[in-house]
Design a protein around this ligand. Sequence first.
Ligand SMILES: Cc1ncc(COP(=O)(O)O)c(C=O)c1O
Length: 337
Amino acid sequence: MIDLRSDTVTRPTDAMRRAMASAEVGDDVYGEDPTVRRLEEEVAALLGKEAALFVPSGTMANQLALALHAQRGEEILVGENAHVLLYESGAAAGTSGVQLTPMPGGGLFDAYTLAPRIRPPAFYYAKQAAVAVENTHNHAGGRVFPQADLVELADLAKLRGLGVHLDGARLWNASVATGLSVATLAAPADTVSVCFSKGLGAPIGSAVAFPASRRDEALRLRRRMGGAMRQAGLLAAAALYALEHHRDDLHADHRRARRLAEGLAEAGFGCDPALVETNIVPFDVDRPAEAFLAEARELGVWLGAIGPERIRAVTHRDLDDDALDAALRALATLARE
Ligand SMILES: Cc1ncc(COP(=O)(O)O)c(C=O)c1O
């Protein structure tokens, strides 16, 4: 099978497994794991933030950050189809009691969209606490959040007393695509989540960054959410290895995604290669997505659905040029005659 469902399907390499096996560890609930500490310091420095915590998943990183921004009954404005809204099992509402309100624009939005949605304080409104953006935007097809828009909307948010959270599960991809450092991309946000388990190829792990003054609260929230781990240095070692050795490889994932998009467009699928900026390739088909997925699977290609007739393919480090060509050849036979 050629697995194009997600960049989360990558397996740790032998070298990464060796780094994990030789990691120095301690009990991280007591704050005694030197490898976790090293990862948290490195991530905070990379993102230009004061502090960071290692957590098991991107979902926990996001939800912890949202809970730092908003109390129960308060509101956070998010882009349409945001991961925190669609794909985190209702955690903001169910776990933290926070109301997420989506804004139009397909996920990417600007200060002009945000401005009229910031309400004056009144007891009958939910108190607005923060704005959350996603870069790259998963559901929008790996689109990069335009940095000028982010700077502008974060300025507006701050002026109106709102915090800013950046879901940077694939901020590494945005950095490679734009040539901007992750610190520059993260600068407008107060809190940032990043994942090591997606394009970077680590098996498990994410981090959430925040101001140092929030560290005690963040530690309490992580514990409450069940994310305080013991000898987690084994996992942090994989993340450190990925940061050091795998970031540049994202260029190859992006190159392959563009090639895939061009091939799909040539074959007759509804796909605009100009909109493929990173490693996610959305495309439209002429039949129900579930039927298409089943047909593709029969031909040895694993894909995901993101709409009634909309499919998603994701390139990743466990996919080479030969696999990509084979996938394209197979998918071309399913194109409109
Ligand atoms: C944009 C974005 N944020 C957060 C997450 C959540 O990460 P996890 O699956 O590790 O909880 C994902 C997962 O794909 C994602 O795409």
